[in-house]
Each structure stands twice: as structure tokens, then as C-alpha cells.
Design a binder for this molecule. Structure first.
Ligand code: NAD
Length: 437
């Protein structure tokens, strides 16, 4: 039996469900102290530490240079099939087109008295992108590179460094290099894990420090980013992937099973959940999962994820199902129902919403345009996908005149004194003196 079927709330109420799923936050592997040591070591010893770790963990014969030479990038581009390059180009164009719509303009407003107020939007100066090694370089996470690089570029960031752990022979997977080249990225360094993140944050002789670090990675990467919050900007602390599907009797159990497995194959901690009001669909889905698992290359991983964190939930009615979705606040939500647009307005919490029977989640993972870096573990209640805004900051603009200070200075000074801040009050009052102009 690959996946439990539960009646909600009869067999498990929503609070119990949330409490059960929150167990995915604690994989029982406390690596914080270890990562803290690595960060301090790279901060102190710079390139020497970076080289030591990289040679010990990833590439024993790593040359002294971390940066991938231009000729290797050019060679990688030539080595990738033209048809694959075309697909990558199209995916990049679609992601770029979507994110271009997110770009925010600076704005200014002028009052009759000449006061100018506004908000100036500026990209951060330098961004560091992490591309996971991908099981020793065998499964290059090229979509991660696209999803992280494009919003930074649309924001206007021109100084972008990419890091990724090298393979044993000191090279990077040619698909990573080719994708970087298609994105116009040429600063690529062979460094991974917590030491790579430390280099991006603190800088070393070879890698200049960055203002924002983005990109997913394993527990060492995620912990390093979490420890650096405040020191640098980070995209988000991405937890294990999750999908919730809301399905009615119009749904095809084979599609539902395929979509649940598309998450379950990611990670033993991934959570694939289907909510339906139809007990027959629930049973058919469980059989379909069983059948499809048998031929899946990553079946052991997917089976574990489904067994530990998967569920088919049978709700009393559609409203109860929707409320369940909103409480779960899933990273990915599929509305596998006859009229998904009728339900859309009722969804309050979800990272990305896929509508209808012909919009499986991988469409958004790779190609449609929206970002696939999404809030997990219920954080879609208060946060959103990676976006152009993740790579921008906004400066408030205030320009007032002598007349403005004369008119409002007394009120401002009073507010300052109410807070016990005499110097604030005097700063305004200095400009109220007759000779101040
Ligand atoms: P990775 O680059 O994240 O991890 C490999 C690096 O970790 C290598 O440098 C390796 O030497 C280092 N490492 C291994 N053991 C270590 C140890 N004991 N101490 C310190 N460092 C160590 O690449 P990966 O292994 O392919 O992992 C990718 C991860 O990214 C997966 O966990 C996957 O779930 C996650 N991911 C998440 C998302 C998301 O959006 N949430 C997307 C893609 C990938």
C-alpha cells in the first residue's frame, strides 16, 4: 500500500494533519554547529579553506583556480545538442517574459507646496547563485539556474556569480555551463556546499562578496543560508517540496498519481497529498500510484516519501476540501476539477496554483514562465515565489522645503519630544530660526 487514505476530519482533523506534516521540518540531522564552523573557517582562511573543503569533499585534484575558464564554457555550449539548446532558449524566454511583468517602477509624487515624495527601486549590486551539484553532477539542476538568474537579470542586476560543486574530475556538468552561457553568465566558480555559500557571503581573494544569495541546495547549503540571514539577503529557506491536489470526480486517477509522484520522487521528505470528496476516486488513485511506482526509476525514494508524508484525504464536501487547502498552504496546488476557475477565488494560501486537468506541475517547474522557487512548509500563508523584487531594494525619497519645515516643524518637534528625543526636535527647530534661511 503506497499511500494512506484518510477521512477528514473523522480519521484525522486538520490540526492533527498540520502537526503531522510539520514533522518534515526536523529531519533529525542537526548540522548547524558544523556549518557554523565552516562559515567561520572560510571567513578567516578564504580561498585556502575553500580549496581544502572542495578537494576533500568533491574534487581531489581541483586546480588552484575556482573560476571556470571561458574556453570550458564555450566547449560545453558546443557539446550540448542543438535541440536541447533550443528548448533551453525557449524556457529562458518564457521565464523572462513572465518576470518582465513583475518589474516595478520608481515613483515620485509632488505636492502643491513643492514637496517631493517617492520610492526609488534599484537592483542590488551583486548576486550569487547556487546551483546544486545534482547527485555528483549526474542530474544538473538547470531549471534552478534559470529560475534564479532570470528574475535577478530582469531586476537589472548585471554582476552575477554562479557557484556549483565540481564533479570528481573538477569539471561542472556541461548543461550547467551551457545554460549559464545562454543566460549570458560568465562568472562561474567550482565551489559548493556551505563553504561555497560562505565565499559568496564574505568574499575570498577569488570570489567577491555578494549582496543577495539565491538558489536551492542540500541541508548544508540551506543551513548556511539560514545562518547568514541579516549578513546578506537570501531568497528563502526552501524546505522539502510538496504538492496538494484538489480533485473532483472529473479527475483522471492516472493523472493524479503521476502528479503526486512528480513530487514524491524529489525527496524522502516531499509531501504529496490529494484531497477529494469522492471515495471511489481515492481508491482508484491508490491503485494507480501502486502501478506507476513499479516502473519509476526513483521508485524507492518516491515510495518512502509517499509512505511517510503522502496521503489521500477524503473530505466531506468541496468547501471542507478548500478550507483544508488553505490551512495546508501548499507550495504547489493543482485544482484537478471540472471548473477550476470557479474555485480559484476561494484559494487564499498557495505558492503556485495549477488549473485544470491539463496543467501538471512540471509545466510550471520548467517552462510556462512563473518561478518554481516557492514557499514551502505552510509559509505560503505569508510569503510568495521568488521574484524580481527579491533582487531589488527600494529607497524612500523625501524632499521638503524651508516653507514646509516652517509650517510643520513645530508638530514634528512635539512628536520627537513625546518620544524623549530632544536632538530630533532641535534638528527641526534649528531650521525654524529666523536666520536659518
Ligand atoms: P548540493 O550542491 O546541494 O549538495 C552537494 C554539496 O554538498 C557538495 O559540495 C558536497 O560535497 C556537499 N556535502 C556532502 N556531504 C557533506 C557534509 N557532510 N558536510 C558538508 N557538505 C557536504 O547538491 P545535491 O546533493 O544534488 O542536493 C540538492 C538538494 O537541493 C537536494 O536536497 C534537493 O532536494 C534540493 N533542491 C531543492 C529545491 C527546492 O526548490 N526546494 C530545488 C532543487 C533542489
Amino acid at each position: 500500500m503506497p499511500c494512506r487514505i484518510l477521512r477528514v476530519p473523522a480519521e484525522m482533523d486538520v490540526d492533527a494533519l498540520l502537526s503531522w506534516l510539520s514533522g518534515r521540518k526536523n529531519p533529525g540531522n542537526d548540522v548547524t554547529a558544523r556549518v557554523r564552523d565552516i562559515l567561520a573557517d572560510v571567513q578567516q582562511r578564504g580561498d585556502t579553506a575553500l580549496r581544502d573543503y572542495t578537494r576533500r569533499f568533491d574534487a581531489p585534484n581541483l586546480p588552484s583556480r575556482f573560476r571556470v575558464p571561458h574556453r570550458d564554457i564555450a566547449a560545453a555550449l558546443k557539446s550540448v545538442a542543438a535541440s536541447d539548446l533550443d528548448i533551453l532558449r525557449e524556457a529562458i524566454a518564457r521565464v523572462r517574459d513572465f518576470h518582465a511583468r513583475q518589474a516595478e517602477q520608481s515613483w515620485f509624487t509632488t505636492s502643491a507646496d513643492g514637496t517631493v515624495l517617492g520610492q526609488m527601486v534599484r537592483p542590488v549590486d551583486r548576486v550569487g547563485l547556487y546551483v546544486p551539484g545534482g547527485q555528483g553532477g549526474e542530474t544538473p539542476l538547470i531549471s534552478s539556474l534559470i529560475m534564479n538568474a532570470v528574475p535577478a537579470q530582469v531586476a537589472g542586476v548585471t554582476d552575477i556569480a554562479v557557484i556549483s560543486p565540481p564533479r570528481k574530475d573538477s569539471t561542472l556538468n556541461p548543461y550547467i555551463l551551457a545554460t549559464a552561457a545562454l543566460l549570458g553568465l560568465t562568472e562561474i566558480h567550482r565551489a559548493g556546499s556551505a563553504w561555497g555559500i560562505a565565499a559568496l557571503a564574505y568574499g575570498t581573494a577569488s570570489i567577491r562578496p555578494c549582496d543577495v544569495i539565491a538558489g536551492p541546495g542540500n541541508i548544508y547549503v540551506a543551513t548556511a543560508k539560514a545562518l547568514l540571514v541579516g549578513e546578506v539577503g537570501i531568497d528563502m529557506i526552501a524546505g522539502p517540496s510538496e504538492i496538494t491536489i484538489l480533485a473532483d470526480e472529473s479527475a483522471d486517477p492516472e493523472y493524479l498519481a503521476a502528479d503526486m509522484l512528480s513530487q514524491a520522487e524529489h525527496d524522502p521528505l516531499a509531501a504529496a497529498i490529494c484531497i477529494t470528496t469522492n471515495p471511489k476516486l481515492a481508491t482508484a488513485l491508490r491503485s494507480a500510484l501502486d502501478r506507476q511506482l513499479a516502473t519509476l526509476p526513483r521508485h524507492e525514494l518516491a515510495r518512502r516519501s509517499l509512505k511517510d508524508w503522502g496521503a489521500i484525504l477524503v473530505a466531506d464536501d468541496t468547501e471542507a476540501g478548500i478550507e483544508l487547502v488553505n490551512r495546508l498552504a501548499p507550495e504547489h496546488l493543482e485544482l484537478a476539477v471540472a471548473d477550476p476557475f470557479a474555485l480559484l477565488g476561494k484559494i487564499r494560501n498557495a505558492g503556485a496554483i495549477f488549473l485544470g486537468h491539463h496543467c501538471p506541475e512540471p509545466v510550471g517547474d520548467y517552462f510556462a514562465g512563473p518561478n518554481h522557487v516557492l514557499p514551502t512548509l505552510g509559509t505560503a500563508r505569508f510569503s510568495s515565489a521568488l521574484s524580481v523584487q527579491s533582487f531589488c531594494k527600494k529607497s524612500s525619497i523625501i524632499a521638503t522645503s524651508a516653507a514646509y519645515v516652517t509650517e510643520h516643524g513645530g508638530k514634528i518637534a512635539r512628536l520627537a519630544r513625546l518620544e524623549g528625543l530632544e536632538a530630533h526636535a532641535r534638528s527641526v527647530e534649528a531650521r525654524l530660526k529666523p536666520d536659518a534661511n
